[in-house]
Design a protein around this ligand. Sequence first.
Ligand SMILES: [Zn+2]
Length: 676
Amino acid sequence: MENIKRYTVTAALPYANGPVHIGHLAGVYIPADIYTRYLRLRHRDVIFVCGSDEHGVPITLKAKQRGVSPQQVVDEYHELNKKAFADFGISFDIYSRTSNKIHHETASEFFKKLHSENKFIEKTTEQYFDVEANQFLADRYITGTCPHCANESAYGDQCEKCGSSLNATDLINPKSMVSGNKPILKETTHWFLPLDKYQDFLEKWILEEHKEWKPNVYGQCKSWLDSGLQPRAVSRDLDWGVPVPIDGADGKVLYVWFDAPIGYISASKELTADWEKYWKSNDTKLVHFIGKDNIVFHCIVFPSMLKAEGSYILPDNVPSNEFLNLEGDKISTSRNWAVWLHEYLHDFVEKEDVLRYVLCANAPETKDNDFTWSDFQTRNNSELVAIFGNFVNRTMVLSWKYYEGIVQPMENLDAAEQEIFIQISKLKESIENNIENYKFREALKNLMELARLGNKYLADTEPWKLIKTNPEKVKTILNISLQLSANLAVLAEPFLPNTSKKLLQMLALEKISWDNVGGEILRAGHQLNKSELLFSQIEDAEIEKQIQRLADIKKQNEMTQSTAKPLKENVSFDDFTKLDIRVGTILEAEKVAKTKKLLKLLIDTGIDKRTVVSGIAEYYEPENIIGQQVCLIANLAPREIKGIMSQGMILMAENANGELIFASPVKNVKEGSEVK
Ligand SMILES: [Zn+2]
């Protein structure tokens, strides 16, 4: 596409039933923001739109669980996520929401146009219906066993265990989430978009005309197309969403996948009265930044909708990243396995750019990648602090020390110094190419190469030594270092906006144009502002705290996820009464030599004082359990353990992670009391 006059950049609408985490940021919002900031620096006409996706069953279910209205759920997460994005400098021109009136109107008009032009087909099918609750059970309102992997808690639209997308009628032993009852099948009529009719158009448009799309995106599209497209329902029996805007459609709303992408258009309308040129003009480049779970909707479904409507442009590219994992495990909202943005900001004050940096440097551009706290610390301390920060800091400190912050003239550049300016231009060009081709990691590497170049220049020339023998030359060295810093400030803006701003402020520069990069930005005689540190070290203790937090979550998850062991065979009451269980108190405790697990206990049983050997040494220190009351099987036949005669067994509860906990009376009772 040539002669592009303007850009419409969209970022996937986050679902308003939970907070955003680092996976979202790395996959979608940071690349989209770098791209948009770059376009703005190039003085291109661009709108950057996003907003909350506020419809769909998961939101109504969450509202039901909490006993609040769906509107309350979406209000909460809309505000939380809007703030988190703003805090991380994600520079949307608008962050709208699909519960807005303007979106309901836009989506309704879109549907009505397609409906009046007979672009939908109507189908009557049997859907599950909860008789007691008197409602149809769409998607997640129904659970059952997955026919593919036997997961017993698969949803009506998807199995999260094996990733299959499902129809509710595929489920074995379906169960209503509303009443828990077995649902009945009942006829209902819905509108479908006949995607099969767009198969030829999509094959030509994607497989032939967009071979440049990222391999993961192109590959997923190809596999959908190869397996043949099917009509897809655009409506649902539900009371939360955009009502189907035609007569006789009571109790039906637009299916969330149909209304959500129209949200980009609604948000643009809300942003500017001149919105049509951003959506309907052939000299506009439309780019959708999305996560890989959204590829089919943005490459197959939404383009078919736009094509059916007829007046809109199609996306030029749909850059999608793979998934970011956290410490080796898949990020999961339900398991709380994530780094939440609002929590990060609480723990790492004024370190927004550090997270932006790490998530871009380690972005899952071509394959799933892993975020680890130790990598986060290393990238901060050894890259941002030791290279970028160190170079700028030395330059500023020396400029103040020798010249009171006044830029000195630059004279008689040697070949190596001339090469520095050539390198700035080359790296700038490389950053441009990489960003325009959605290779943000490479672009960030280019930026750091520039900082490395500066660091090396200072190390090679050693102005702090040269000041004694050749003070004239030091003026030139610091001038060049300051020019490098100023160029860095501009080139860093798309990636590290706060750092860029701070550095420009230190250099006493107004916002400068991208076009000035490469040359001499600071003139001799220019007065700098005082210097401050751009980055600071992250200490081990801060990282250990995060790792501990994750370890605690993992432990918690293991406990809640493990299922109880099956029941043993029944025993008679008579058998039970043969056991003599008594309450005793531990009088003495010591480790059994040469064992890891065993403690030798002296227990007052109220009848006698006896020795019991117990395998609890991994969980209790001997000195901490003196005085602890225990329940003891007192008439268990004595048995020799490691040369000690053990007279009885104390009762312990075993936690899901194997930890043993005393099964004791909840308040002290007299030794010898029977347990029955
Ligand atoms: Zn499954």
